[in-house]
Design a protein around this ligand. Structure first.
Ligand code: 5MM
Length: 338
């Protein structure tokens, strides 16, 4: 399928992406928080419960998987990619090998995973993946993110994206400026501008066809420890302005990460952005915690309660589906059976 068509399907109006690509270390943290043993059987059971929810068909355009998950067979008889495709969603795969300390730096990272990537991509395509994800991570602090981090990560993201398109899949480009810290919204705006600028410079240099990509950025938002709180309207205005100035219009879809916002905050902010979206970008969600936090809690209460886990997930998927059209309302949050 044409890469532009895949990208548009992943971000179709009313739909978004479920980021279920937690690496073994991250899922360990999530399971620890609900006192569930981090073993393969439990990881499979939780994820297949989400992927078999009714919300999948209406609100989810794509699912990002981790290496272990894309190879698993469900207890329902299908493989995980088959289960996702059955609901009309597209299976995708995280292909980076994680953020590693930059040489000579104490606190900044570069994301690794380019060695052998061409071969791994062939295998993932055969397993059913039609898009991929690579996440670069940037921290805001005095003089950070540094030029070293911005340039190294942009180069790796662009080389990754070029290889992915060669393998006939859509690369999600995820440069995440972290919410951690006490920085204000202006500092986030500035860092996000510099990061996006460099990413698109490198993507062009590596001849990546932007029409066959999806951007997964952070919202422009104050740090989690910042005392100057701003409302959703301001976050939406600054975020859209930053995207308009720094993301080329050929990019078909922008799917935000939730980045540590609460579930409701991430829906509300996405909704405000779509209410004022006057661009050609399809703007939606690619949430991990923003879609899974409530469902995970239900899983912690009773791992066999498929109904309550799916109810929690269905609700978040629906709320974010509405936000992707600018149709979310706070009053709908009360009705978790919605
Ligand atoms: C789901 O978490 C993803 C994987 O994280 P690790 O590689 O650290 O295990 C992460 O890349 C995720 O796709 C994005 O950060 C979005 O997730 P959130 O929770 O920020 O919406």
């Amino acid at each position: 399928m044409d890469l532009n068509i895949i990208a548009k399907k992943m971000c179709a109006k009313g739909k978004g992406i479920l980021a279920a690509d937690e690496s073994t270390g991250t899922i360990a943290k999530r399971f620890k928080s609900i006192n569930v043993e981090n073993i393969e059987k439990n990881r499979l059971y939780f994820r297949q419960t989400l992927f078999n929810s009714s919300a999948m068909t209406e609100y989810i355009g794509g699912v990002i998987l981790f290496d272990e998950t894309i190879r698993q067979k469900t207890t329902l008889g299908l493989t995980i990619p088959e289960l996702i495709s059955k609901h009309g969603a597209i299976p995708g795969i995280k292909v980076d090998k994680g953020a590693k300390l930059l040489a000579g730096s104490k606190d900044e990272t570069v994301t690794e995973g380019l060695d052998g990537l061409r071969e791994r991509l062939k295998e993932y395509y055969d397993l059913g993946a039609r898009f991929t994800k690579w996440r670069a991570v940037y921290r805001i602090d005095k003089n950070l993110p540094s030029a070293q981090s911005i340039k190294s990560n942009a180069n790796a993201l662009a080389r990754y994206a070029a290889l992915v398109q060669e393998a006939k899949m859509v690369p999600i480009v995820e440069p995440e400026v972290l919410m951690d810290g006490s920085h204000n919204i202006d500092e986030c705006y500035k860092a996000t501008t510099n990061v996006l600028n460099e990413c698109y410079k490198e993507l062009k240099l590596q001849n990546v066809d932007l029409k066959g990509t999806v951007l997964k950025p952070n919202m422009v938002i104050p740090g989690s420890e910042c005392e100057d709180k701003v409302d959703a309207e301001e976050i939406a205005k600054r975020t859209l302005d930053c995207l308009k100035k720094n993301v080329p219009s050929e990019v078909p879809g922008i799917a935000f990460l939730s980045g540590g916002q609460t579930e409701v905050e991430s829906s509300k902010n996405l909704n405000e952005i779509n209410k004022i979206n006057d661009t050609s970008f399809l703007i939606t969600f690619s949430y991990g915690r923003g879609l899974q936090a409530s469902a995970l809690k239900e899983f912690g209460k009773n791992q066999n309660s498929i109904e309550s886990i799916q109810k929690a997930f269905n609700h978040r998927a629906k709320m974010n589906g509405l936000s992707s059209k600018g149709e979310w309302l706070e009053s709908l949050e009360k009705d978790s059976a919605a």
